[in-house]
Write a protein that binds this ligand. Structure first.
Ligand code: GLC
Length: 537
């Protein structure tokens, strides 16, 4: 890989959910100092870049996706000077920094919204948001109506929590403000931006009603063609931003959070003058099933090839049920967060190990959500009073929300807070995570962490991996097997029985391979292997 192509075309990017990564000041909340103290761990893990969830000044009603000041760091995380130091330190460790940009909405504490409240109906300040005298039938993505009323009886639109008023992207001041915010962080040395809710900034003129029925529990399967999603005009914004980024050289990037299913509509965001990459959520949502994976992979490759963008492979993030848990369920396709579903975590863990090898062997870039490398499962039994995600409240608990995938990381020791920090952790960690701490896994060559470290190291040095092409190998149904040149193959067994391996020498396997039988290893169910294959050239 290294040096062949632009860094972002095949990067391994680690997602840091800052509040839950590591706590440097002992207040139970992860922060910049904690992250800085663990940069060595991330370098040794073998990733190329970090995407840091929003670290801006915020009342934290939605974990920081409610921004009150886009040019300040929240005091619970540190200061602007700390952020600057972190960026410098990360660069010295060879890690690039991608920050999270939240352009769809602000916090209701943002000075613009406060002014809009003060200035009243008809004021210019209200035009920066969507204030109306009457509502439409839109629902919040977090459950409940997408409109809340203010004292003078006008309503404002919020596609998420009521504390997150949507900005009006028709307004020139909104556009100018975000251009300036981009420059602010580019000037501070960030390497890129993850764009939150990237497909929803522009709303259809007149805000017409939606058709159809609504689920109380938000799903990840809503239609693409909606008056608040994937409007053609949104692309102008990204073309404009791309020019700004270009002024800072070829190495700064955008990654879009785009929950658009139609491959052609998705690809439009990745045209050469728009975003560089986007999260591949179709891969994340895919069931543990060879045919389904093959379809998603083929579709992904074809779609991205049309616009010349590299695909990304994503298994989890801070919004979805952790994949160790998902893959341990009979229905492993992800459509919505569910609890109370029978789950076999040992099975889910075996599959997660294989999924890691699959995702790192495919062409393009790969994402690792913090804790994936430790094999953390979703936590369901949090005390209700500790839950902070507005989804829990807005769905009346029908959806437990996303706190269960945001539980602070276990770093070491035998009891909570497992060296997360000196002062507890903002969400309680399960005592059984003593078996999953980073310190413990580092000493175990069979651990998930050891697998990730080895896989990322091989991925980095292996010329066949990263950007490029792949070719499916013939084989029995239920087996995913593909080759990459020169001389590399990945095989994943999704059948219920052992399968023969193609010719080659195992480089890395998700499980111990038993070579006792006739000198040729068999691959057990739910396992994956990387092979050095004979050079055919
Ligand atoms: C995105 C974020 C999510 C947040 C929402 C509103 O989907 O990933 O965490 O709650 O946007 O900003």
């Amino acid at each position: 890989m290294g040096g062949k192509v632009s860094w972002w075309r095949d990067a391994a990017i680690y997602q840091v959910y800052l509040r839950s990564f590591a706590d440097g000041d002992g207040d139970g909340i992860g922060d910049i100092a904690g992250l800085e103290s663990r940069l060595g761990y991330l370098r040794e893990l073998g990733v190329d870049a970090l995407w840091i969830n929003p670290w801006y000044a915020s009342p934290m009603n939605d974990g920081g996706y409610d921004v009150a000041d886009y040019r300040a760091i929240d005091p619970s995380f540190g200061t602007l000077a700390d952020a600057g130091r972190l960026i410098g330190a990360a660069h010295r460790f060879g890690l690039r920094i991608i920050v999270d940009l939240v352009p769809n909405h602000t916090s209701d504490r943002h000075p613009w919204f406060q002014q809009a409240l003060r200035d009243g109906p008809g004021s210019p300040a209200r035009e920066r948001f969507h204030f109306r005298d009457e509502t439409n039938n839109w629902q919040s993505r977090f459950g409940g109506p997408a409109w809340s009323q203010v004292e003078d009886s006008q309503w404002y639109l919020h596609l998420f929590d009521s504390s997150q008023p949507d900005l009006n992207w028709e307004h020139p001041e909104v556009r100018a403000e975000f251009r300036s915010i981009l420059r602010f962080w580019l000037d501070r040395g960030v390497d890129g931006f993850r764009i939150d809710v990237a497909a929803r900034l522009v709303k259809q003129a007149g805000l017409p009603d939606k058709r159809g029925r609504f689920d109380v529990v938000p799903t990840f399967a809503d239609a693409d063609e909606e008056p608040d999603k994937d409007r053609p005009e949104v692309h102008e914004i990204y073309r404009d931003w791309r020019l700004i980024l270009g002024e800072y050289g070829p190495d700064r990037v955008f990654v879009g959070e785009i929950w658009v299913r139609d491959p052609d509509r998705f690809a439009r965001y990745l045209r050469p003058d728009e975003l560089h990459t986007a999260f591949n959520f179709e891969f994340l949502k895919c069931a543990w099933e060879a045919g389904a994976f093959r379809d998603v992979i083929d579709r992904t490759l074809a779609t991205h090839a049309k616009v010349g963008a590299p695909p990304t492979w994503v298994l989890s993030n801070h919004d979805v049920t952790r994949h160790v848990t998902r893959y341990g369920r009979e229905r492993s396709a992800f459509l919505k967060r569910e609890h109370g579903v029978p789950t076999d975590l040992a099975l889910g863990t075996r599959r997660a190990r294989s999924a890691a090898l699959l995702s790192m062997a495919l062409p393009g870039g790969v994402y690792v959500y913090q804790g994936d490398e430790l094999g953390l499962p979703e936590v369901f039994d949090l005390p209700d009073e500790s839950r902070e995600d507005p989804v829990f409240r807005r769905t009346g608990g029908l959806d437990l929300g996303r706190d269960g995938c945001r539980v602070p990381l276990p770093w070491g020791g035998d009891e909570p807070p497992f060296a997360f920090g000196e002062g507890g952790s903002w969400l309680p960690q399960p005592p059984e995570w003593r078996r999953l701490t980073a310190a413990r896994q580092l000493g175990d060559t069979d651990s998930m962490l050891s697998l990730y470290r080895l896989a990322l190291r091989i991925r980095r040095s292996e010329p066949a991996l990263g950007d490029g092409e792949m070719r499916w190998l013939d084989g029995e149904p239920g087996v995913l097997a593909f080759e990459r040149d020169p001389g590399f193959a990945c095989v994943v067994n999704l059948t219920g029985h052992d399968v023969d391996l193609p010719e080659g020498t195992p480089l890395l396997a998700s499980t111990r391979l038993d070579e006792a039988v006739a000198g040729r290893a068999k691959l057990p169910p739910d396992a994956a292997v990387w092979l050095r294959t004979p050079d055919r050239g």
